[in-house]
Design a protein around this ligand. Structure first.
Ligand SMILES: *Cc1c(COP(=O)(O)O)cnc(C)c1O
Length: 405
């Protein structure tokens, strides 16, 4: 598996900051963004980093310095973006099932909002009418994505306004003269097939005649990145070429200059991240050799939650003979990271690294079993720095009211 940080860099970070530890590589995030930019020139595409993947402000700052925009899933993410210095016009808030108060708050902050229910659209119309351009998230009834938990565009999904409710949508738009500026579709995560994004273009094609004020088509995120050593991610050059074509075609057909937006989360940060843990115990049971590590589903839940594959390397013995291991956590649940996985021979005390840990790793971590959340460090220009510290025992008590004893 190719890694943009060296084993020595990873090992020295683990020794200096302790484990478990999240390690990120700034240059990798920037190069992912630049790769996207280079393939979407014609469509004048804008990219909004879906920051729910990883919200540490130092990461957001890298994204901002690279010139990328930002997509938020909650009002607090939007406030983090403002805190880091993003301009409101470069912040997108894709809401779902949120209160109308939160939508108002976002509007008062001057950020672009995607509304995803007729109910909130009606409330928006009644309050703001045509005064504020708004985005509408539609549900295309397309099945796509790595698995059901990360599929959002199918006909039983909670996300977006179903395309079958076009008449109701149009009626609300007309009633309040709402300025619908963007149409949004996000079909899911880990979408390898470029054709899925082009299907969204077909859905937009059917909608554009009904919404003459729309000039932005937002295709959402969900680009697949390779997790297994020989796996392929979404073909970005092909996607760029196809989207450029679709935007040109639709612009001509409807006599408007349309622009494409995308909201990549995983693509931006997944491969920049490494999660390092240490082996506490080796336990042999029949044919199975368990490697019990000093972390668990509280720190990296994707293998248990999504059956996600994370490539694992033994950075303490990278050239050792490979043997099959069951890599398990230390939480009182069955928290198996990998079963029957070939890894260079492990000794207790070795450092194991999980690749592709940048997206939905630390961000989904918790204090389950009253364990500390890991520290996070960042390599930039070859220099490593701490970007969030490990919890302390006091942190576990911080939010709890003291006992009156
Ligand atoms: C989660 C999400 C994304 C990003 O998905 P990735 O698979 O990480 O690229 C983009 N847009 C919306 C609306 C999302 O909810």
């Amino acid at each position: 598996m190719k890694s943009s940080l060296t084993y020595d860099q990873l090992k020295s970070a683990a020794s200096e900051y302790g484990t478990p530890l999240y390690v990120y590589h700034a240059e990798k995030i920037v190069s992912q963004y630049q790769n996207l930019l280079s393939h979407f020139s014609v469509a004048n595409t804008r990219f909004f980093y879906a920051c729910k993947a990883l919200t540490n402000i130092h990461i957001l700052d890298i994204v901002k310095r690279a010139g990328c925009n930002i997509d938020c899933s909650s009002i607090n993410e939007a406030k983090l973006a403002l805190h880091v210095g993003f301009e409101p016009q470069n912040i997108l808030y894709t809401s779902n099932s949120v209160s109308f108060d939160e939508i108002c708050e976002a509007i008062y902050l001057g950020i672009h909002v995607n509304i995803d229910s007729l109910s909130n659209l009606e409330k928006f119309g009644a309050k703001f009418g045509a005064t504020y351009p708004i985005g509408v998230r539609v549900r295309p009834n397309i099945m796509a994505g790595g698995n059901l938990k990360i599929s959002t565009g199918h006909d039983k999904s909670k996300f977006g306004i179903p395309v079958t409710q076009l008449d109701e949508l149009k009626a609300i738009q007309k009633k309040y003269n709402i300025n619908i500026a963007t149409l949004h579709i996000h079909t899911g995560s880990e979408i390898k097939d470029v054709a899925v994004f082009i299907k969204s273009a077909d859905v937009f094609d059917n909608l554009l005649e009904h919404f003459p004020t729309v000039n932005v088509l937002d295709f959402g995120g969900g680009f697949k990145v390779p997790y297994q050593p020989d796996e392929k991610g979404t073909d970005i050059p092909l996607l760029g070429a196809e989207v450029n074509k679709a935007i040109e075609y639709l612009s001509k057909k409807y006599g408007r200059k349309l622009t494409a937006w995308f909201e990549p989360g995983k693509y931006m940060v997944s491969e920049s991240g490494y999660f390092i843990a240490q082996v506490n115990v080796l336990k042999k049971s029949g044919d199975i050799e368990f490697a019990g590590i000093n972390t668990g589903l509280n720190h990296l839940i994707r293998p248990m939650f999504y059956d996600a594959y994370h490539h694992i390397d033994n950075i303490s013995n990278p050239d050792g003979d490979k043997q099959p291991y069951a890599v398990v956590g230390n939480i009182c649940e069955t928290d198996t990271f990998a079963w029957d996985r070939e890894i260079p021979a492990i000794k207790e005390g070795n450092f194991l690294v999980f690749y592709n840990a940048g997206a939905y790793g630390y961000e989904m971590s918790s204090n389950y079993n009253a364990r500390y959340k890991p520290a996070q460090v960042l390599f930039e220009n070859g220099v490593v720095k701490l970007i969030s510290r490990r919890d302390t025992f006091e942190d576990l008590l911080l939010l709890q009211t003291p006992l009156n004893k």
